[in-house]
Design a protein around this ligand. Structure first.
Ligand SMILES: Nc1ncnc2c1ncn2[C@@H]1O[C@H](COP(=O)(O)OP(=O)(O)O)[C@@H](O)[C@H]1O
Ligand SMILES: [Mg+2]
Length: 378
């Protein structure tokens, strides 16, 4: 009855690998791994070891990279925000830190990475360095994005249809009725042939009514056009358009809305102003639609030399459950649309309910992507 015992013996002390010291076994194992970049950092973030997977994924040979600081793998905007050191701090505090984001290969190309950083401590608990494991998820992310793009296209189509319906309804119900009223008054005036003083006074009275009706129709046209795209976004720029949006929202909902900006000197390009305007518009619509007990919204738009940050924060009840999209469906188009706009501008985005109640949308876009003179294709 050899079988099991024999097999165990073969894998046990008789196996050639058993004669290799344990440390060397692990080194051989780590060195041989191609799919993961596995390497060590000293406590300050300098690279102390390198494996085949790291060379394959990041493009550097061990002799080129050992001794360098691991921030060489991060995009400039992450470095400007001190993100690499922030990651080490979090790993040191929590023991383990996991993240997904863009990283840079030798030569400058980007890849989408899953990163796990584990703090290494000696027996006394002193930090001796970090183990870093990185996976290249570019292909997975690309497939996800293709799927996402086609779902999004379908949703954009639906949203467009709804928008057309809304415009048609407003044109019919509002402008249509006002114009019909005008038509009736004019018909009455035309039919009135009398020229007595009473008839003239009556005609003057009707002309005044008509003039008022024209004012209403003009206001409707303006409102309709502003709902589609506020002309002041093109004529006056992002901040006046945001001011208008916030004031209009406050008047319609009765909520207090604060808009804090330090961006009077920033020359926003067209893509960024449209994106930021639409994001604030969607954020406010969501407050009106979902945050039923909100009393206040605070919008902060701040730029420093490296990035522009937008936060939309409302108070209100603790959200215990978000309205879930049906199984297998992508998230609904509002938040997904915001994420997509931010992604196209190369930024980062987060949204969600807050533990103390209310909801927050927060995003950061590299400064160079919001300002004029974008390279073509942005
Ligand atoms: N300000 C908010 N307060 C509470 N919940 C919110 C808020 N904004 C968004 N949500 C939640 O996030 C979900 C997704 O929002 P969104 O993508 O805009 O979709 P929609 O508004 O069409 O439901 C909402 O259904 C809601 O559950
Ligand atoms: Mg919404």
């Amino acid at each position: 009855m050899d079988t099991n015992a024999g097999r165990l013996r073969r894998l046990g002390s008789d196996a050639p690998i058993a004669h290799v010291p344990v440390e060397e076994r692990y080194r051989t194992l780590v060195d041989a791994i191609q799919d993961y970049a596995i390497f060590l950092l000293d406590p300050t973030g300098h690279i102390a070891s390198w494996n085949a997977g790291a060379e394959r994924i990041k493009g550097y040979r061990a002799d080129e990279i050992i001794g360098q600081h691991f921030s060489v793998f991060y995009p400039a905007e992450a470095i400007a925000q001190n993100y690499p050191s922030e990651e080490l701090k979090r790993a040191a505090a929590l023991g383990r830190w996991e993240d997904e984001g863009w990283r840079i290969r030798k030569g400058g190309s980007r890849f989408w990475a899953n990163v796990v950083i584990t703090a290494l401590r000696d027996e006394d608990g002193d930090l001796i360095g970090f183990a870093k494991v990185t996976r290249d998820l570019t292909e997975r992310e690309r497939l996800k994005q293709l799927e996402y793009a086609s779902e999004l296209a379908a949703r954009v189509e639906t949203t467009r249809e709804e928008e057309k319906k809304r415009i048609a309804r407003e044109l019919h119900d509002d402008l249509g009725q006002q114009l019909t009223a005008l038509k009736m008054i004019i018909t009455g005036l035309l039919a009135d042939e009398g020229s007595t003083p009473e008839a003239q006074a009556y005609a003057r009275e009707r002309t005044r009514t008509m003039s008022n009706a024209i004012d209403h129709a003009l206001a409707s046209v303006r409102r309709l056009a502003a709902g589609l795209r506020p002309t002041m976004l093109d004529d006056l720029g992002l901040l006046p358009a945001l001011d208008w949006l916030v004031t209009d929202f406050g008047q319609h909902t009765g909520l207090r809305v604060a808009l804090n900006c330090n961006t009077h000197r920033v020359a926003f390009n067209d893509t960024a102003s449209t994106a930021l305007f639409r994001i604030v518009q969607e954020g406010l619509t969501n407050v009106a639609r979902h945050a039923t007990s909100a009393t206040e919204v605070v919008i902060d738009l701040r730029c420093d030399r490296s990035s522009c940050e937008l936060t939309i924060l409302n108070d209100g009840a603790v959200v215990t459950r978000l309205a879930e999209p049906a199984a297998g469906r992508p998230p609904s188009s509002g938040i997904a649309g915001i994420r997509d706009r931010v992604r196209r501008l190369g930024g980062t985005f987060a949204a969600g309910p807050l533990p103390q109640g209310g909801y927050r949308i927060q995003l950061s876009i590299p400064r160079k992507a919001v300002e004029l003179d974008l390279p073509p294709g942005q």
